[in-house]
Design a protein around this ligand. Sequence first.
Ligand SMILES: [Zn+2]
Length: 252
Amino acid sequence: MSWQLRFLGTGAAHAVELGSSSVVLEHDGRPRLLIDCGPDTLDRYQAAYGALPEAIYVTHVHLDHVGGLERLFIRLWFDQALRGRCKLFLHASLVPWLQGRIADYPGVLAEGGVNWWEAFRLVPCHRGFWHEGQWFDVFATRHHRAGTSYGLALHGSFVYTGDTRPIPETLAVVAAHGELVAHDCGLVGNPSHSGADDLAREYDTDLRARMVAYHYGSQDDGRKLEALGWRIAHPGESLALPDPLPPRTDAG
Ligand SMILES: [Zn+2]
C-alpha cells in the first residue's frame, strides 16, 4: 500500500512555466483524487495517466484552479462512459461561486440541451467527505473573502493548503500526526498568499520540517526558496506519503 502526492503544476497564477498548482493523490500508482483543475491541468494529468480524472476536489474558484473544468465538461459530456460519473467534491459554499464562474455562462454547448453540472457528479461537502473508503477533512483557509477557500487533509498522510496565508491554528489540528504539508509559499508574501518569512514566523520547527512549498512565482523564485532552506515541489514530482491513519473520531 503506497501513497504518493504528485505535483502536476507548482506555479502561482502568473508562473506559466511551472503550471497551475495542482496535485494528484495516488495509491499503488493509481490516481485517486485530483486537487484543482487549472487551465493546463488536464494536459498534465493526461500526460501522466493517459486518462481523464474520475474524482476532483476544488479548493477555490480562482481561474488558475478551475479554468480547466470547462474543457473537462466537454470531454466528459461526449464520452458516454464518463458522462455524469466524474465526482466533483466542492465545499457547499463554493457552489454558487462556481455556478457564477462557469456553469451560468450561456450556451455551455453550441447545440444546447444540457446543463454544465450534468457532466459531473457533484458531491457538496462541509466538514469533509468520504472517497474510496477514506475520510478527507476539509478546512477553511485564509485567501481572500472568508468562506471562499478550503484546504484538504488525509489524517496521518498529507495536508494540502490550497492558496492561503499561514493558518497555524488550523494546521495544529489537521497536521498534528506526521502529515506531509504542501503549503502555499512564494518568495515574498502578500495579503493573499504566504511568503517564506511568514512560514518561518508562524510555524514551529517540526511543522516546517514536514512542509513542501508550492505556488511560487518562477523557477528562479524556487531556487531562492531552496537557498533559504525550504523544500519545494517541482512540476511532475511525486512525493511519498505516510500511510493514512483511521479517521478522527469526529469524522464522517
Ligand atoms: Zn487563489
